[in-house]
Structures are given as structure tokens and as C-alpha cells.
Design a protein around this ligand. Structure first.
Ligand SMILES: [Zn+2]
Ligand SMILES: [Zn+2]
Length: 364
């Protein structure tokens, strides 16, 4: 079937919207007409020539849409259902069977190398295959081929075009707080980086009942948004003695800290901002070796790497939607929409920090 997809053809080039061919759904697969697709910093990784996924590739891993056709053997979702697309996992390895699908033994080939474990579903106008299994979906397109494993059915009365980011960035921030670190009522947490993931962590920390929620960022506009979404305190990342300020704000050190920047110097601050026995969660790609003071961990502190919030999408995403309905998790405040044709502008706005969460609308 002919569809339109935004193809990244070179590491430094723009995305170009092209007419391409999408294969029919095979066993266990379905075709989803994409109504919205969030843009996450992970979508920038294939611009690095050393990264495992490389152009030509269709990116996009926070899609939402309507099921248009199903292949043989799909029984949990029907044509016409509204779905959010999340990451892929095998569902049969030991970690998947222990409800840690984000730590699936085949997570990397299924999600991050762009070509997945099955044939490429997209071919360009000349018949060449395009990497199009990025996070099992490649949703910067009018349609996407996905499996039953990476869709989450949602109620049809919801604003479907805004829900895609629940599939990765928002799930990552909220899941890290609610699932991976298990932030408790009355506790303190410091969140480094007030982008989509960090602000989702702030909202989730408020939901969890944390009473001291500190957001740290370089942009004062983001800190203002963090306060509106639940941060009880904010600090500028370039403050002269940030660690002392953090220790003072948290009464000697935080119970939890959460790094979304991936910068080794910031991760060092995140560990040292903890009280003894505190937990530091790390997400994203760490940009270099992490060097810690030899005594930093000796006082019972934990440093935890986290993928996708350690969340099972079919469990956490419906919970986040219920919280949104109650006004307790207003993730839609992070979103700004762009037509698919303006994908390069959306990417620039995201990189410059002007938009927290761009969502592309392939239907407009
Ligand atoms: Zn698995
Ligand atoms: Zn992501």
C-alpha cells in the first residue's frame, strides 16, 4: 500500500516526506493509521554515524492512531480500535516474563537498530528497503506496521493525536518515579533536566506524594513550567554552589534523584545530592564515563540505569490516562503539534529547547 513517510536519508540531512510502499500486515502484525507521533531526543541518535541505527530510516517511536488492518493471529485488538504505540519486546524471555519488558533480552535489536528482527516493511519508490522497525513502529509516517506486543488499546473518547508520547518519553519519566524507583509519599526527589522526561517525572512525583520536588534546569521558562506541574522548588543548573543549595532544600540530601541529561558531571551531582541510602535513577544515553568519588556509594546509595521507566506499557499507560482524566497528570501541557511536513522545524524547535514535546500530525 502506498503511504507517506518522513525518511532521514543521511546523518546530517533533513527528513524528506516521500511516497513509499508499506507491506501488508503479517501474522501478529497490524497496520495503524497514525494520527499523532511524538518526537523524542532518541530520534536524534541515528544522526550519529557511530550509532547502531543508520539512514535511510523512518524514525518516530511515540505514535498513536487507529487500527486499519490486522494480520492473522491478532486477537487482542480489532480494526477501528484506537491505540498508543510503545516499544517492542519478545514477551517470552526471562525478563519479559518477570514483567520487565523494557529489559527484554532482545530490546536493542527490536527497538534501536532500526531494522528489527523481521523484513523491512517499507520500500522507497525505487524498491530499496528503508529501515522502518525503529522501536517496532517508525511512526513518522501516515501509516505504520506494528505488532500486537507494542500496542496499547485506549478509549475512543480520548484526544488520540496527543497520546503518542505516553509510549516513550512520558512513560520513561513517570515509570522511573512510579515503577523503577518507587518514590514514596512524603519523600524528596531532585529531577535534573526539565524536558519531556523530567517534567513527566515531576508530575509523577506529585502523584506519588513526594513532598519536596526539586527541578534543576538551565532554562528559566522550563523551571516555571516545572513549578506549575508540581515542583515545590526549582534551581538554575548553573547556580554557583548547586550541591549546597540542593542539600539545603532537601534537608541534608534527597531520598531520590533522577538524571535526564546524560551528562557525566550532572550525574555526579545527582549522586552527591542524595542522602545516605538514597536512590539515583539514570535515563537516556550517558555521554561519557561516569566518575564518582570513591566513597559516594559506600553509604548505601544506589545508582540505577532505567529504560522506558521499567514499565510494561499495557499496565502503566492506562494508569497515566486515568490520572490525566482526573487532572492529576496534565501531560498535554508539554505538547505542541506540527504537521508532518514541518518535521524539520519541529526537530529544530526541540533541539533548541523551544518546544518540550513536539507531536507530528501526519493526518493534517
Ligand atoms: Zn523479552
Ligand atoms: Zn523515546
Amino acid at each position: 500500500m502506498q503511504i507517506q513517510a518522513a525518511v532521514l536519508r543521511s546523518n546530517n540531512g533533513p527528513h524528506t516526506v516521500e511516497d513509499v510502499d508499506l507491506a501488508e500486515p503479517a501474522a501478529g502484525e497490524m497496520r495503524v493509521r497514525i494520527t499523532g507521533a511524538g518526537m523524542c531526543h532518541t530520534d536524534l541518535l541515528p544522526r550519529d554515524p557511530g550509532f547502531m541505527a543508520q539512514p535511510p530510516i523512518v524514525l518516530g517511536h511515540e505514535g498513536s492512531g487507529v487500527v486499519e488492518a490486522v494480520g492473522p493471529g491478532v486477537d487482542s485488538v480489532r480494526v477501528g480500535d484506537h491505540v498508543v504505540l510503545s516499544y517492542d519486546s519478545c514477551r517470552i524471555c526471562r525478563n519479559c516474563r518477570s514483567a520487565h519488558t523494557a529489559y527484554c533480552e532482545t530490546f536493542f535489536p527490536r527497538n534501536l537498530d532500526g531494522v528489527g528482527l523481521a523484513a523491512s516493511p517499507i520500500h522507497d519508490a525505487t524498491g530499496e528497503p528503508i529501515a522502518s522497525r525503529w522501536f517496532g513502529q517508525s511512526s513518522f509516517a501516515t501509516h505504520s506496521l506494528v505488532t500486537e506486543r507494542n500496542v496499547v488499546a485506549v478509549d475512543p473518547d480520548l484526544p488520540l493525536e496527543l497520546l503518542g508520547p505516553l509510549g516513550c518519553g512520558i512513560q520513561t519519566g513517570a515509570g522511573s518515579v512510579l515503577v523503577a524507583m518507587g518514590v514514596t509519599a512524603g519523600s524528596s526527589i531532585v529531577v535534573f533536566g526539565a524536558g519531556g522526561v523530567g517534567l513527566s517525572a515531576v508530575m509523577a512525583a506529585r502523584v506519588a506524594g513526594a513532598t519536596t520536588i526539586v527541578a534543576v534546569d538551565l532554562h528559566s521558562s522550563r523551571l516555571e513550567l516545572a513549578r506549575e506541574l508540581g515542583a515545590t522548588h526549582t534551581l538554575q543548573a548553573d547556580e554557583a554552589d548547586l550541591l549546597s543549595a540542593l542539600r539545603e532544600t532537601t534537608g541534608g540530601g534527597a531520598d531520590y534523584s533522577f538524571d535526564t541529561t546524560g551528562m557525566p558531571s550532572v550525574i555526579g551531582q545527582a549522586v552527591h545530592a542524595l542522602r545516605p541510602s538514597g536512590v539515583c535513577g539514570l535515563v537516556g544515553v550517558q555521554q561519557g564515563d561516569i566518575v564518582l568519588d570513591p566513597m559516594a556509594l559506600s553509604v548505601g546509595r544506589t545508582v540505577m540505569g532505567i529504560l522506558e521507566g521499567d514499565a510494561v506499557p499495557q499496565v502503566l499507560i492506562p494508569r497515566l490516562i486515568d490520572l490525566w482524566r482526573q487532572g492529576r497528570f496534565p501531560f498535554d501541557r508539554l505538547v505542541e503539534t506540527f504537521p508532518l511536513s514541518r518535521i524539520n522545524e519541529a526537530e529544530q524547535a526541540s533541539m533548541a529547547g523551544k518546544v518540550v514535546k513536539p507531536v507530528l500530525l501526519p493526518g493534517s
